[in-house]
Design a protein around this ligand. Structure first.
Ligand SMILES: Nc1nc2c(ncn2[C@@H]2O[C@H](COP(=O)(O)OP(=O)(O)OP(=O)(O)O)[C@@H](O)[C@H]2O)c(=O)[nH]1
Ligand SMILES: [Mg+2]
Length: 346
């Protein structure tokens, strides 16, 4: 299954400036030669792959991008200024397609990768350029060349940064709906979610992608329930948010069931950082909450967030922990890369 983020945008490179027709005028020089400068080049449309972006969301708000026009040439051999380039920043994994949404124009796989998609028009020559032995005083200059324009598609396969896991009915889809604009199906029966849903969490000035997958039950790794076939979608996430329905009798059992399935599945899921949250706090008394939280913390050996996905209560605490975790993971990756690149010393 593919998750796609895509945007259609219009791009136009700048027109070149026109060359100038002009003659030198100076005191005591009767026939000044031609001195009209050339026009400036139009700005380019450049696409650049940068760090720190996860989605194409910015291109939903602005869809037209026009680079600057070159200014005209001027007398006294002055060349016009070049038009301003436009640099469109895209995340790693972005592909650029032509307007038919099929013809691949570019594939951005590495940070720092850059490509001029549309070149600005050249500036026209000024009349000084046309002077030769037979024509000492040309009255002719070229206009600038027009820029190019087209519609393109930006497409990105999303990779979730955080994945929601839990038993059926734990409130995973409710959580996703409360923290993103995604609209997954939510209902009071198990296996409501039959395929994964993705949403973009915006928090402060940051954003990350969260995946909601179908609920797991005991034996999922052997195919029970909808099985483990969707766990592949969270193999590449940096962190897991494990939701536990607080209204069920035995929350510790719910916790260990899911842990057992993650371990049986393998592929590093059990070793992933896990954020634990006891959900449906709004439906429980203070005492019940305190008791269940304690029991869970003892079983898991870590902090448990108490939240209500429906009421949005304390969901931001979970999101901030996800952010912190993403930053830590990124730092660790960078450090590992540096180690790889370090010069060899005996
Ligand atoms: N009281 C209360 N009910 C909740 C809360 N979160 C979810 N629910 C309810 O729990 C039921 C299941 O919610 P879903 O979000 O569909 O659960 P899920 O984990 O996605 O379930 P599956 O897709 O079947 O795995 C729905 O009736 C929700 O309204 C909560 O914080 N408080
Ligand atoms: Mg669901």
């Amino acid at each position: 299954m593919k998750f796609l983020d895509q945007a259609k945008i219009f791009i136009k490179s700048g027109n070149g400036g026109a060359g100038a027709v002009s003659f030198r005028r100076e005191k005591y020089v009767e026939f000044g030669g031609p001195d009209g400068g050339s026009g400036g080049r139009g700005g380019d449309i450049i696409i650049k792959c940068v760090d720190g972006l996860n989605t194409l969301i910015d291109y939903r708000y602005q869809q037209h991008f026009k680079a600057g026009t070159g200014t005209h040439g001027m007398g006294r051999q002055r060349t016009g200024a070049d038009g301003k380039d436009i640099i469109l920043k895209v995340p790693v994994g972005t592909q650029i397609f032509a307007e038919d949404n099929e013809t691949l124009l570019a594939d951005f796989t590495e940070i720092g990768q850059e490509m001029v998609l549309l070149k600005g028009g050249n500036g026209g020559f000024g009349n000084m350029h046309f002077k030769n032995s037979t024509n000492q005083a040309p009255r002719h200059a070229n206009p600038g060349l027009a820029g190019e324009e087209m519609w393109i598609w930006l497409r990105l396969k999303l990779i979730a940064d955080a994945g929601l896991v839990g038993l059926p009915n734990a409130g995973k889809s409710t959580f996703l709906a409360s923290v993103t604009a995604a609209k997954p199906k939510i209902a009071d029966y198990p296996f409501t979610t039959l395929h994964p849903n993705l949403g973009v969490v915006k928090i402060g000035n940051r954003e990350f992608v969260m995946a909601d997958i179908p609920g797991l039950i005991e034996g999922a790794h052997e195919g029970a329930g909808i099985g483990d076939r969707f766990l592949g979608h969270i193999e590449r996430t940096r962190t897991i948010v494990h939701l536990i329905d607080g209204t069920q009798e035995d929350v510790v059992d719910a916790y260990t069931t899911i842990r057992g399935e993650l371990e049986a599945y393998g592929h590093g899921l059990a070793e992933k950082h896990e954020i634990l949250a006891l959900n449906k706090a709004d439906a429980l008394t203070e005492e019940e909450l305190a008791e269940k939280k304690l029991a869970l913390e003892a079983a898991a050996g870590k902090k448990v967030h108490v939240i209500s996905a429906v009421a949005g209560q304390d969901v931001d605490k979970v999101l901030f922990e996800v952010l912190g975790q993403l930053d830590d993971a990124k730092e660790a990756e960078l450090a590992a890369e540096e180690e790889d690149n370090a010069p060899w010393t005996p």
